[in-house]
Structures are given as structure tokens and as C-alpha cells.
Ligand binder design. Structure first.
Ligand code: DC
Length: 229
């Protein structure tokens, strides 16, 4: 069967990653979480004093961007792909609130996007990938054979995200998560560099009232249609 590129874009915590990951597993594709890449750059900045109370030191980040190496490796026990920053597994650290609080401004920086988009395009060269993010169908792979845009209300997304973080043992409040999500939506969709927007040829899914199984089944149908075309 022909291999295609599947681009899944949408708002923060809309369930994109869960859907993309499940589909990749089901059809034997490689899953690439581009949000994790922006999060890894943010973690690097937090750990190297590029982010401080004064804000983001752009000069220093520009100087260091070539030294930030991001990879995904399979965890043999769980079968999940995990994010590595300069050869260190940072999968759980990049999901924490301090990273979430800084990732949108980092992802709005032009030279950061340029570096990560180039890496993403290289990762998808041989097709057979499911990539999720904000600009996959518009900037990274405008020729993707299947483009999906996922949305859900901010309240539902905050509820899902708070429960996910609480299940991992993080002390978070729903109101704090909702505030973070609304702020990220705003920065992500109004930034100058590749703002979050729906590609004209994307199929839109509002999953506010859908179960994970329903979303999974819906996506599989879209994939089957796309490979037939
Ligand atoms: O999907 P996520 O919440 O892990 O993404 C983290 C941040 O990275 C989010 O605020 C937007 C940004 N991002 C982006 O600008 N472009 C992408 N392709 C993926 C994520």
C-alpha cells in the first residue's frame, strides 16, 4: 500500500497526540510529536539560564540553537516513543507546567521554528509518518496527503489536561490549566511566524463530545479514504 504523510494540527490539549499516536501504531507508521520538540528547546532554555526573570535571552539562544539536539527513541518496555534532548531522556520533564508556561513564546521565535521545521521535514522524508503540531499541514508538509485539524472547547481541553497531569502526580488546579491553555491558544494563533491555522484542505474534527475510541475509529476511516485516492 502507498505510504503517505498524515498531518494532524490543532489546539493545545485537543487530544491530537493521543489520536496521532494510536493511528500510527495501528497502521505501522512513525509518530512524530512536534510539540515535544518545541518543549525540549524550552527545557534547554530553562536549564541553561536562557530563560530567566528578565525573559528570553534571544542572543544566547541563537548562539546555542545548533547545540540543541532532539531525537525520538522507542522505549522498549512501553513501546512508546520518547523525547531525548542532547541524548538525555526528557519525556516526563517536558510535560511539566514550567515548560508549558514558556513553550509558546519559544515556539514563536522565527529561528527556532526554522531549525525545527527543517528537522521535521527531514524526519518525514520517506513518508509513512503521522506528525502532529500546529503548522504541519500549512508549513511543514503542505503537500501532505491527509490533513486533519482538531478542535475542542478550552474548558474540555483544560479538564482533560488537568486530569492527565494529576494522574501523573503533578499538583495542578483546573483554573491554572485553563488559564495556560487560553493563553497558549492566543499566542499560538496570533504569532507572526506560522500561526496556528487550519489548512484550507484540512478535514476538521471537533472532538468535544467524542470518546477516544470514537476519535480513533473516525481517524482510521479518514486514513483509509486517503490511501485509496
Ligand atoms: O502540542 P503541545 O502542547 O505539546 O505544543 C507545545 C507548544 O508548542 C504549543 O504551545 C505550540 C507549540 N507548537 C508549535 O508552535 N508548532 C508545532 N508544530 C507544535 C507545537
Amino acid at each position: 500500500m502507498k505510504k503517505i504523510v498524515i498531518a494532524i494540527d490543532g489546539f493545545s490539549s485537543s487530544g491530537k497526540s493521543t489520536m496521532a499516536k494510536d493511528l500510527a501504531k495501528e497502521i505501522g507508521y512513525i509518530y512524530i510529536d512536534t510539540g515535544a520538540m518545541y518543549r525540549a528547546v524550552t527545557l534547554y532554555c530553562l536549564n541553561n539560564n536562557i530563560i530567566s526573570e528578565k525573559g528570553i535571552d534571544l542572543e544566547q539562544l541563537k548562539e546555542k540553537i545548533g547545540q540543541i539536539h532532539i531525537q525520538f527513541k522507542n522505549n522498549k518496555q512501553t513501546g512508546e516513543r520518547e523525547t531525548y534532548l542532547n541524548s538525555i531522556n526528557v519525556e516526563s520533564e517536558i510535560r511539566k507546567m514550567d515548560v508549558a508556561n514558556w513553550v509558546s513564546p519559544i515556539a514563536a521565535i522565527g529561528f527556532v521554528r526554522k531549525a525545527l521545521v527543517a528537522l521535521q521535514q527531514k524526519m518525514g522524508e520517506s513518508k509513512g509518518i503521522v506528525m502532529d503540531g500546529r503548522d504541519i499541514g500549512t508549513v511543514v508538509f503542505p503537500q501532505a496527503e491527509l490533513k486533519i485539524f482538531i478542535t475542542a472547547s478550552p474548558e474540555i481541553r483544560a479538564k482533560r489536561r488537568a486530569e492527565e497531569l494529576q494522574a501523573k502526580g503533578e499538583q495542578v488546579f483546573y483554573t491554572e490549566v485553563l488559564k495556560n491553555i487560553k493563553k497558549r491558544d492566543h499566542i499560538d494563533s496570533t504569532r507572526e511566524e506560522s500561526p496556528l491555522k487550519q489548512a484550507p484542505d484540512a478535514i476538521v474534527l471537533d472532538n468535544s463530545r467524542m470518546t477516544i475510541d470514537e476519535q480513533k475509529a473516525w481517524l482510521l476511516v479518514q486514513y483509509k479514504k486517503a490511501v485509496k485516492e
